[in-house]
Ligand binder design. Structure first.
Ligand code: PNS
Length: 164
């Protein structure tokens, strides 16, 4: 599959919120490539190979593996998209706090590569306040994770925080 629509992100780790957005993107585009960025502005808990593998396992556990491929990329999003022939990327928009960052990124990406367009999707209400950051904090205190991440991610987090 050579998906022309990509869903880029840090996915540190993949949450139900990411899967919610991936499911909505599939409804529109029929196939999707989840692209895990190697480096991030944020401090990462999992390295790129781990994040890629956890995304792949989450996608399989959610039953989306036939329509979704997962890979990693390095460098600018627009360069990667040009290299792979992708023209559309998908991003999730939760509360208004996401808007400023996404708006800035969209306009800068458009300036660098006018042929590339971002499509912004909103998750269901239950996932509005869900983020990888919150998931990691809950995991670090041994909190309940089963409605926030898929089982593969839950056990990776438990292992990382020394509970397994
Ligand atoms: O999940 P995140 O951390 O919000 O994802 C951010 C991501 C990966 C989409 C963004 O950081 C990105 O595109 N990184 C690659 C480098 C790049 O192109 N930066 C944007 C310049 S406008």
């Amino acid at each position: 599959m050579s998906a022309r629509v990509i869903y880029p992100g840090s996915f540190d780790p993949m949450t139900m919120g990411h899967l919610d957005i991936a499911g909505r993107a599939l409804e529109i585009f029929g196939e999707l490539k989840i692209s895990v960025v190697r480096r991030s502005r944020k401090e990462l808990l999992f390295d790129v190979k781990e994040r890629e593998e956890l995304a792949r396992l989450s996608v399989a556990e959610a039953g989306m593996e036939e329509k979704v491929v997962v890979e990693s990329f390095e460098g600018l999003l627009v360069d990667y998209m040009r290299r792979t022939g992708a023209r559309i990327f998908v991003r999730g928009l939760r509360a208004t706090s996401d808007f400023e960052y996404e708006f800035q990124m969209e306009l800068m990406n458009r300036r660098l590569a006018p042929e590339i367009t971002g499509v912004y999707l909103m998750p269901s209400e239950s996932n509005i306040y869900l983020s990888s950051t919150v998931v990691k904090e809950i995991a670090s205190y041994g909190g309940e994770l089963s409605t926030l991440v898929m089982p593969a991610v839950e056990s990776a987090l438990r292992e990382r925080f020394g509970e397994e």
